[in-house]
Structure formats: structure tokens, C-alpha cells
Write a protein that binds this ligand. Structure first.
Ligand SMILES: [Fe+2]
Length: 378
């Protein structure tokens, strides 16, 4: 390595940790081109270098969270630029991609733009200034997306904390149901995880669990906190809470599907539940899941008119109600998870944090309209 090349390498290392600068990855097999690109960009960006597609995939794997933009040559040994960029796009679509290429057919360019989510291609030979402008606007796009994502995360965290606060407020309204919503959500999440549902659906189940009894806010305290069994008239009022809950939740635009689930958590598989007497799979999957979790928690909690049943008695009762009160397949799954549920019941806060997706403020899954649509069909 010449003295000049050694200095260049040291510059790369020295520059790489500058946190105020964005990082770009240069992928090219020709050393002269690499040096030209380094000289063009080293004052403005941290620079990483790879000499072929395979090496570049490794660099991306190790530095994915740092790399904002890739400038890749097309014609390289081992792997063509478009092939490499396509692989990167599958795992890291957020990285901006620029391709340097000689004259190729329009069809190759079009498929590169589509398959690799190419930001721009630049024909060789090019002026450094031309590439500089492309990189600057690519970095601008990356920064804007990054900013939007962080704003979205903040909004989502605020939304989640608000839902938790409402749910906690509801749980403390009646000392007998203290912690009920949290535990119902926890048992629902345990069950839902076993069904291999997608992340958007699991997040929605979490919200639905926390809000399933929100309609009880509208119940008079004399009924909600009555020290004894409810009269028939009082029970009629109490039975309106799923519908009242639906009305509260449906006004929140993104919770349209959840409103339906809140409404259905007292439906029974044989059609004898309320408010609509839905039967079997007419009841949304989430409604069937929450119904099991809700009943188990009600049985294992002390109520004004009886002390808590043991875990074993509650599980036997759940078994007995397979196909009548509960979806038989979900019932079987719930029973198979009995030990896990019993553990969770003894330490709900700790287990909740383990199972919660929304509570983890990391890389929030963005619940898109499409995801809501697909979850509604389950
Ligand atoms: Fe309820």
C-alpha cells in the first residue's frame, strides 16, 4: 500500500465515527474510481468502501443502522450492482441507492429502478458535480424519512401511553376488577402469539384487550361496584357495556376494527352471548380470544359475591365450555397454555412487558391501512 493509500485508509477510519455526518457506502471494483469518490465525498460524509457485491453485503449487515446511502457501480466481478442492490433493498429498504452504470438498455434501467428501489442512476462517464447533487438529494430524502419515522414513533408512544392510562383508570374504578384489563390483555397476547398472527394484528389485540371493557365507564357506580349479585334489571344495564364500548372506540379513526372486537367480547360460540347473539366464526377472532381471557380472569379473581376460583378449577371450567361458550380450537390452545398462563397470572406486570409489542419503544411496526384491512379479515 502506498503512503497515499495508507493516508486515505486512515481518513476513512478517522472520519467514520463522526456522528454529525451521514454515512455512505461506495461499492466499486476499480481503485481509481473509489479514490475519486472518496475525494468527492470525504469532507461531507463518513465513508465505507467495498470492492464487490458480496463484500458490500457484509458491510451493510454490520452497519445497516448507520448507512444512509449506497453508491454502487453496476459492472463488477462476483455480483452485478443491481443484484447487490436488490438484496440490500429486501432487508434495508430505507437505504438510498444510486447506481453508476455504462450505457445499458432501458429495460434494464426500468427493472433496476423497480427491483432495487433505485433513487437514481448515473451514466458513466459522469462529472463529480453531477454525482454530488444526486447524493445530496438522496441524503436529504433519507433525513426526511428518518425525521418522519421518529415523529411517528413519538406519536405512537403517546397513543399507547394514553390507552394504558385510560385502561388503568378503568381498572381502578372498581377495587374488585383492579388489574383486570391488563391481565385480560396479557392472556390474549399469550394466546394470539401462538396463532402466528402478524405484528399489526398482535398490536391491535393489545389495544383491544386494554379497551375491551371501556364501556364500563358509562356504568353507574352503584351497579359496577355493587357488593353482591346484580338484579335482572341491573344486569340488563351491565350488558350494554360492550355496545357502549364500541361507540366510544369507533370514533377514533384508527380503531375502527377494534371497536368491533370490543363489542364482541361477550358473544358465545353457540350464539347465546350478547349483544348480537353472534355464532361461531361470525364472532371476530379477536373477540373469541378476549372472551376466553376475560372469563379466565373473572373466574380467578375475587368478586363481591364469591372468592376467586383456583387456576385448576378455572381451566376445568374452560375445558367444559369448549364448543358452547368458547371456540373449541382456541379453547384447546388455551388449555395447552395453562401453565404459562398461570405463571403470567402470578406476575402480570412482568409478563405483560415481555409480551407487549406496543410497550417496546423500538422500531415500531407501522400499522398501515393495508395491515388493518388484512387483520379485519381474520
Ligand atoms: Fe366485559
Amino acid at each position: 500500500m502506498s503512503a497515499c493509500e495508507l493516508k486515505e485508509s486512515l481518513d476513512v477510519v478517522l472520519n467514520f465515527d463522526d456522528k454529525d455526518k451521514k454515512t455512505i457506502l461506495i461499492v466499486d471494483d476499480e481503485e481509481n474510481n473509489i479514490q475519486l469518490l472518496k475525494r468527492t465525498f470525504r469532507n461531507s460524509y463518513n465513508i465505507l468502501v467495498a470492492h464487490n457485491g458480496l463484500e458490500a453485503i457484509d458491510v451493510v449487515k454490520q452497519n445497516a443502522s448507520k448507512i444512509a446511502l449506497i453508491v454502487s457501480d453496476q459492472k463488477m466481478p462476483v455480483m452485478e450492482g443491481t443484484e447487490f442492490l436488490k438484496i440490500v433493498n429486501e432487508t434495508n429498504p430505507q437505504i438510498i441507492k444510486i447506481l453508476l452504470t455504462g450505457h445499458v438498455g432501458t429495460d434494464i434501467i426500468v427493472s433496476a429502478i423497480n427491483d432495487c428501489n433505485l433513487f437514481q442512476y448515473i451514466l458513466k462517464p459522469f462529472e463529480p458535480e453531477e454525482l454530488k447533487i444526486a447524493v445530496e438529494s438522496g441524503i436529504e430524502k433519507f433525513s426526511m424519512t428518518e425525521h418522519n419515522q421518529s415523529y411517528y414513533r413519538e406519536l405512537k408512544e403517546l397513543f399507547y401511553k394514553t390507552i394504558r392510562a385510560i385502561s388503568n383508570a378503568l381498572d381502578t374504578k372498581d377495587s374488585y376488577t383492579n388489574g383486570h384489563s391488563l391481565r385480560v390483555t396479557l392472556y390474549s397476547m399469550i394466546l394470539a402469539r401462538e396463532l402466528n398472527l402478524d405484528a399489526a394484528y398482535l398490536e391491535d389485540i393489545e389495544i383491544a384487550g386494554l379497551l375491551h371493557d371501556i364501556g364500563k365507564i358509562a356504568m353507574p357506580k352503584s351497579i359496577l361496584c355493587k357488593n353482591g349479585r346484580l338484579t335482572d334489571e341491573e344486569f340488563v344495564v351491565m350488558k350494554s357495556h360492550p355496545t357502549r364500548g364500541e361507540k366510544i372506540v369507533i370514533n377514533i379513526k384508527k380503531l375502527h376494527i377494534i371497536a368491533e372486537w370490543v363489542k364482541s367480547h361477550h358473544e358465545k360460540y353457540d350464539g347465546t352471548g350478547y349483544p348480537d347473539g353472534l355464532k361461531g366464526e361470525q364472532i371476530p377472532l379477536a373477540g373469541r380470544i378476549i372472551a376466553l381471557a376475560d372469563t379466565y380472569d373473572a373466574m380467578t379473581s375475587t368478586r363481591p359475591y364469591r372468592t376467586a376460583l383456583s387456576h385448576e378449577t378455572a381451566i376445568n371450567e374452560i375445558k367444559r365450555c369448549a364448543g358452547t361458550q368458547f371456540d373449541p380450537k382456541l379453547d384447546e390452545l388455551f388449555v395447552s397454555l395453562a401453565d404459562k398462563i398461570d405463571e403470567a397470572r402470578k406476575n402480570p406486570e412482568e409478563y405483560y412487558n415481555k409480551y407487549s409489542l406496543l410497550g417496546k419503544n423500538i422500531d415500531f411496526h407501522i400499522t398501515s391501512e393495508a395491515a388493518i384491512q388484512s387483520s379485519s379479515q381474520k
